[in-house]
Design a binder for this molecule. Structure first.
Ligand code: ATP
Ligand code: MG
Length: 582
């Protein structure tokens, strides 16, 4: 390919809203073009990189026996109503009507579509298991589209869905997909971690996420420094904590604590570690529309030095059938209205006082003593509180795991890392097949709902994920398999006949050898061509310059910008060797 013949509209200025380097470089180097909020066009270089990514994904999915299909992007709303997600999915789901007033949604994910396919065609256990996948457009009306392709509204996903006779078969496919994903991300050249995850709005019984480690990542991952435990902070577990300080032994008593209305002040007042204080976190539950329940206050109790993890808290409520959609801040006025004194809230008589339906204690507090808590009375706290004396308390894991908390598998120290989620695999179970009435006849001729799994990869998000991990301050650095061209030939002096003819000769040879080569034939200053090489990020540059007179040419590796001279003789073999090496 000749540089002059490809459409690569590079620009000098950073786009105004682009904070991340990946976003800046993808636009400045002419890979993508923004056409609306969270909506991007892929230009020739962007499409080329996308194709390299999808090739690696396809290869692995096909190898695992998954079959490629394409499903309608526009999905009848009816299906989403049947699965119950039409209401639940919230505003991210773009709903629209056609000219006959029929309702549709733009697919943010395709569980409903695929379940219809299975329902229509898979009638017998003999047709199972089966795994279908597509690489296609998704639309999610994200509240804050940002960071370019990382959080678009329209984006490309690889989504696969498998159907099984039983849980065992589903587990086998889930494990196979985990292996396949590991291979895919390895082949893409990424530094990633597989983490335990929350299953979110999709539902189901178990899920794992694939996280590319990067400082800009929006997800916090908890990793063990000793074993290979890793989990999204939304799902991370820890060992029961042990105090660093001696417990403040005391008989149960009410204590006057004037103006001591925060954990810090409380710990300071009693000269104890905040580990021994009880923190009340009051939130307001917004319920599912279907539940027809009006918002109500919910009470969580944690150790004073712990924080509430909202996803865990929401799951804890829903485990108890709450049908909670989200948690929002409770206003001070709302607390006063139910007779509570902010800064002095505690569990004693709380249920009677507030008529609360949900009071949840963190699992770390189970039957713990030597605690200090609010007395539900202005300027008073209780000391010597022993939770084992309470009857029927509800304990759940609701805290955010902190740095230095202990691993529940090996007691190693836990750490936080930032990650970009690039893949997510789920065991869905019968969540969709039951709602949509998708059944097959088992060995005994009984009608049974399918066990299902689903497996997503953020294909378009992978472009910025790779760049966030690899790029330097000059521009894009791609991984070996993904760079849009393996080598770009740059002629130093475009007036020099010898340099020109040598460049064309090696270009033809590389083409014949099936190397993905580009010849920068533009009549530009050498510096400008080098700047483009650095910005766009071809894997290598081959510089044909003055040294050619001494039978030498220069090769530059984009990653690290290392330069080395090689003889102009046997250059083809030399380049092929270098490309193979790293
Ligand atoms: P996130 O937590 O980042 O919003 P998600 O958990 O909602 O993602 P999934 O439903 O698991 O996403 O979708 C599968 C994959 O699709 C994700 O792992 C991610 O890589 C990608 N993806 C999700 N939302 C977007 C988006 N708005 N833009 C680009 N890629 C996305
Ligand atoms: Mg996800």
């Amino acid at each position: 390919m000749l540089f002059s013949k490809i459409f690569i509209p590079t620009i000098k200025e950073n786009p105004k809203d682009a904070i991340l380097k990946s976003h800046q470089f993808l636009i400045r180097a002419g890979y993508i073009h923004q056409i609306g909020s969270g909506i991007y066009n892929f230009l020739p270089l962007g499409k080329k990189v996308l194709d390299k990514i999808t090739k690696i994904i396809r290869q692995e999915m096909n190898y695992c026996g998954a079959q490629e299909i394409i499903m309608g992007f526009v999905t009848p709303a009816e299906l989403w109503k049947k699965s119950g997600r039409y209401e639940k999915y919230g505003k991210e789901l773009l709903r629209l009507k056609d000219r006959k007033e029929n309702e549709f949604v733009l697919g943010p994910t395709h569980e409903e579509n695929i379940t219809e396919i299975a329902k229509a065609y898979i009638k017998s256990y003999k047709q199972l298991p089966v795994n279908f996948y597509q690489i296609h457009t998704k639309f999610r009306d994200e509240i804050r589209p940002r960071f370019g392709l990382i959080r678009g509204r329209e984006f490309i996903m690889k989504d696969a869905y498998s159907f099984h006779t039983d849980e065992e078969s589903l587990q086998e496919e889930f494990d196979l997909m985990e292996k396949a994903y590991r291979k895919i991300f390895y082949n893409l050249g990424l530094n990633f971690r597989v983490v335990d995850a929350d299953s979110g709005a999709i539902g189901g019984s178990g899920s794992k996420e694939f996280m590319v480690l990067a400082e800009c990542g929006e997800d916090v991952i908890v990793v063990c420094q000793k074993c290979d435990y890793a989990a999204n902070i939304e799902a991370a577990k820890r060992n029961k904590r042990t105090p660093n300080y001696i417990a403040p032994k005391a008989n149960f008593a009410k204590f006057h604590t004037p103006c001591i209305n925060s954990i810090e002040k409380l710990a300071d007042f009693f000269k104890v570690d905040s580990f021994f204080t009880l923190k009340a976190v009051v939130k307001k539950i917004i319920f599912d529309i279907e539940s027809k329940k009006i918002p109500e206050l919910v009470y969580f109790f944690l150790r004073g030095d712990d924080e509430l993890e909202e996803t865990k808290a929401l799951n804890a409520l829903n485990k108890r059938g709450a049908q909670a959609l989200e948690l929002i801040e409770a206003q001070k006025s709302e607390l006063l209205e139910v007779g509570l004194k902010p800064g002095f809230i505690g569990p004693y008589a709380l249920k009677n006082l507030t008529n609360a339906n949900y009071i949840i204690f963190d699992i770390d507090l189970k039957d713990e003593g030597d605690l200090i808590c609010g007395a539900n009375e202005e300027d008073y706290h209780f000391i010597g509180v022993d939770l084992s004396t309470f009857e029927g308390l509800c304990y759940e894991d609701i805290t955010k795991v902190k740095i230095k908390d202990k691993c529940c598998f090996c007691n190693g120290s836990l750490d936080h890392k930032k990650g970009i989620e690039v893949g997510h695999i789920f065991k869905l179970g019968k969540r969709y097949s039951q709602d949509l009435g998708a059944t097959f006849l088992d060995k005994d001729g009984k009608s049974v709902a399918f066990e299902m799994g689903c497996y997503g990869i953020g294909v378009s998000r992978l472009l910025p994920a790779i760049l966030e991990q690899k790029s330097d301050e000059k521009g894009c650095v791609w991984t070996k398999t993904i760079s849009p061209f393996d080598i770009s030939i740059i002629i130093s002096n475009t007036k020099d006949e010898q340099q020109i003819s040598f460049a064309y000769k090696i270009y033809e040879e590389l083409l014949l050898a099936c190397v993905d080569v580009l010849l920068d034939d533009r009549d530009l200053r050498f510096g400008a061509k080098m700047a483009d090489f650095e910005l766009i990020g071809f894997r290598y540059a081959l510089i044909i310059g003055k040294a050619l007179e001494n039978n030498k040419v220069e090769i530059i590796r984009r990653e690290g910008l290392q330069k080395f001279e090689v003889p102009s003789e046997n250059l083809l073999e030399n380049i092929i060797e270098i490309l193979k090496r790293d």
